[in-house]
Design a protein around this ligand. Sequence first.
Ligand SMILES: [Zn+2]
Length: 237
Amino acid sequence: MEDWEEPQRILVVLAHPDDPEFFCGATIVRWTLAGHQVVYWLLTCGDKGASDPMIDTGELCVDRHVEQHAAAAILGVNEVHLLDYPDGYLVPDLELRREITRIIRLERPDILVTCDPKTLYVGDNRLNHPDHRAAGQATIDAVFPAAGNPLYFPELLHEENLQPHTPREIWICGTQEPNVRMDGTLLWERKIQALYQHKSQISDPRALEERMRSRRTSDSTTENPRYEESFRRIILG
Ligand SMILES: [Zn+2]
């Protein structure tokens, strides 16, 4: 499917802890099992992922770091970075674009995974989180033209010796305009196991499992469910 002949370096840039697992956990584990190296850079630590007004958000942030590392490990990802921008307030400004440009030049990925900034709502009953849109917008704007052009954020080159770099492919998840559908049926269990690690986000594990199992493709049945993760794959060459 991916037609990659050599092990790839894959950089995942998303907004929150649990985003990689929800958006593309089955595909990530497929890649690590195939010998590709996956690294996460998450922009916030999800410190508003609670509804108790008295919660200590600093403690929640620490807990979510721990949960995210555990979830990533189940998918074969051992490199996880969280930038701890304030959850919910992410904006695709030049400061964020510069930070992601820095990450791209530092990690030098072959493949970059992010989410679709154009997704405002999903179906008839769900709005997309503004951080997801901001993360996708800032990341795509960093890929082109900033990361590959030495004239953008020149201090990255002159002060940190971060050479220009452009990923070869961008895989955009959470999209309404997919051109690739990855079969995740055999790895769905692993995806659910990874999601379970985000304990602070789960009030009812049974409900989570049911929700994830109900996401089967329209052409499959309860007895023989099939699961997919879809992406807009852009090959920059
Ligand atoms: Zn999220």
